[in-house]
Design a protein around this ligand. Structure first.
Ligand SMILES: [Zn+2]
Ligand SMILES: [Zn+2]
Length: 398
């Protein structure tokens, strides 16, 4: 491998190498169409750097986000967990955000970076992210004599009670800064050995008091049906996040068609304020693997914008109706026809590849005005529930 790279370095000038980067960046950028009335923005609200337990400098996090075409990235270091603190002391919990935002200003980055923190506790409440905060240091609650491992793994009921009290204080402080606050990886096996997310009384109180606004339904390569149900039952925003610690390239192989787990937000403008408003209004869809996970009212406009009928005509010489389904998005749509239509072509299930067309010839349809219905198998509106996309078809007279 090393010798092959050396040869490539010889034949490629530095200018050619530099010029190659934007093309790669463009290819891997997350791309979904805008919906009626809103722009569609990809955001990642959960990232780590060396300032907590990540292994890269914050500038690399920003450059990955640029390549992924994110509109916004939150810097969310663990408040209470700093495994590299012997080597990288950082009493100032805002330092990581400052490094990332200085880079963003100097590089005139397209990515909006917002400050955040991961309040890191045993269950309950588990890990909780606060984003759009103004001062991470103000969320740090120092308990007398307790070191940070006690906060993570309390061993007595007293330590657990203290941890819950401090977590509540940190969450209240974040809300005092008008943060958007969400529950991280509620199904994490380290805290839920059966992998099933469950609400506790503490979570119910936080939700009832308006202090918890969202929940991770997808984190890295985890999806939780129970978290999705908790979001629907409690009016929480549905979120997908990378929670990246290493490199996006290694975890998600974007050069091979992969993408980081992220959230698509439907906002009026590409600004931090507008994206925050949309998060509080639950206008979100989690983008995880090839799945789009969201409430029906947020997901359907995205499906309608993504999958469009771009051709309808009676084919010459026979009585088939030729239609073209065009996919304007990064998702590969897996469809199942539920309107009873049949095709001279694929059977009842089919795939429309990303940014591609699928031509179908409908057989046995004599009407000139009708509706087609497709269950979208890679979209999820509730556990084990896939939405139906309806397309009105008008066949022009010849
Ligand atoms: Zn966590
Ligand atoms: Zn994390």
């Amino acid at each position: 491998m090393r010798s092959r790279l050396a040869i490539r370095m010889q034949v490629l000038s530095f200018a050619a190498l530099a010029a190659a980067i934007p093309a790669v960046a463009q290819e891997r950028a997350i791309e979904f169409p805008d919906v009626d009335g809103y722009g569609t923005f990809a955001v990642d609200l959960h990232t780590h750097s060396v300032f907590s337990d990540g292994v890269v400098w914050p500038i690399i996090r920003m450059q990955e986000s640029e390549r992924d075409g994110l509109a916004l990235m939150a810097v969310t270091e663990h408040l209470e967990y700093q495994p590299w603190r012997e080597d990288i002391p950082h009493p100032d919990r805002n330092r990581s955000y400052v490094v990332a935002s200085e880079y963003a200003a100097e590089a005139e980055s397209e990515v909006i970076v917002v400050n955040g923190a991961e309040i890191t506790r045993s269950m309950p409440p588990g890990h909780v992210n606060a984003v759009f905060i103004s001062d991470a240091n103000a969320l740090l609650v120092e308990s007398s004599g307790a070191d940070y491992m006690i906060r993570l793994r309390p061993s007595t009921p007293e330590e657990q009670a203290a941890s819950e009290r401090e977590a509540r204080q940190a969450i209240e402080a974040a809300n005092g800064q008008n943060a958007f606050v969400f529950w991280n990886h509620p199904n994490w096996p380290a805290q839920r050995p059966d992998g099933v997310a469950k609400l506790t009384d503490m979570h119910r109180e936080l939700i009832a008091d308006g202090l918890l606004h969202g929940i991770e339904v997808a984190n890295g390569d985890f999806y939780s049906a129970e978290s999705l149900q908790i979001a629907l039952d409690n009016d929480l925003a549905i979120l997908g996040v990378s929670d990246v610690h290493y490199l996006i390239d290694w975890d998600y192989t974007p050069h091979a068609g992969g993408h980081r787990t992220a959230t698509l937000v439907f906002a009026e403008e590409r600004t931090a304020e507008s994206i925050k408003e949309a998060l509080h209004a639950n206008r979100t869809v989690a983008w995880f693997g090839n799945w789009l996970i969201g409430r029906e009212d947020a997901l359907m406009p995205l499906l309608e914008a993504s999958l469009q009928l771009t051709k309808v005509e009676r084919s010459a010489g026979d009585k088939l109706i030729d239609i073209r389904l065009s996919n304007m998005s990064d998702a590969a749509f897996d469809l199942r026809v539920t309107s009873g239509h049949r095709f001279n072509g694929p059977p009842s299930t089919m795939r429309v590849e990303p940014h591609s067309d699928l031509d179908l010839a409908i057989s046995g349809e004599t009407r000139t005005s009708f509706e087609m219905a497709f269950e979208v198998l890679n979209a999820i509106t509730a556990p084990e529930t896939h939405p139906t996309l309806r397309l009105a078809v008008e066949v022009p007279s010849q």
